[in-house]
Design a protein around this ligand. Structure first.
Ligand code: SAM
Length: 204
């Protein structure tokens, strides 16, 4: 399988990955995440662009259950099964087999948030890391307002001044509610592309 995306505005994801890499250049380690990985283009671009400019330990995680789940993708409409199946997961694992410091959490957003409340542990080049701060998050899993809100609050509590959140398919849910909520955590609205909304934490 080739590493593909199913959305647009990937240039925004690349540009912001490059920006946060430069912004956090002096940190010894940074963590980025994508919720909803599918065939991997979002994660691939985040890794390529962060690592083009950031020379310390960059860890990237993907969170995706695959597994032919039947669920409500949007605020309105029936629960449906898409093509996010085990075959796609195996292909993704093959395509990303050589990626350093990439971890796929083959689970739902909800389960990840329960299990990794206190942070994610990594081992790399003789060092052990426990990181609970995210420099950039791409929200591209479920597109129900309530789901995106819960995810956004979880990761906002684990952000730092300068962290960037990118919300895919912002037109498909009540993104104004997400924007207002994120303001309470110090995030400012930066821009809306056709598909992706960018917010940045400006306090501190
Ligand atoms: C729109 S696709 C992601 C597209 C991908 N980010 C890209 O740029 O091509 C949505 C993905 O979210 C995953 N997903 C569904 N429910 C999820 C959940 N509860 N938590 C995390 N991911 C979920 C699906 O398995 C699917 O792979």
């Amino acid at each position: 399988m080739t590493i593909e995306g199913d959305s647009g505005d990937y240039d925004l994801l690349s540009a912001w990955s490059d920006k946060i890499a430069k912004r956090f250049a002096k940190k010894p380690a940074i963590l980025t995440a994508e919720i909803g990985v599918r065939k991997g283009l979002g994660s691939k671009l985040i890794m390529n662009y962060v690592r083009g400019a950031y020379k310390n330990a960059h860890f990237h995680i993907g969170i995706d259950p695959y597994g032919d789940l039947k669920y409500e993708h949007y605020d309105k409409g029936e629960a449906v099964t898409m093509d996010y199946n085990q075959k796609m997961l195996s292909e993704l694992k093959k395509d990303f087999a050589e990626e350093k410091r990439f971890t796929l959490f083959n689970t739902t957003d909800e389960h990840f948030m329960d299990k990794y409340f206190w942070g994610v542990e990594f081992f790399d080049e003789g060092k052990q890391y426990l990181i609970n701060e995210y420099a950039l998050v791409h929200f591209d899993g479920p597109h129900k307002t309530s789901d995106v809100l819960v995810e956004a609050v979880f990761f906002a509590k684990r952000s730092a001044p300068g962290s960037v959140f990118i919300f895919d398919d912002w037109k498909t849910y009540k993104s104004s509610v997400v924007r207002d909520c994120m303001r309470e955590f110090g995030f400012e609205f930066i821009s809306n592309g056709q598909r992706k909304m960018v917010m940045e934490r400006k306090d501190g």
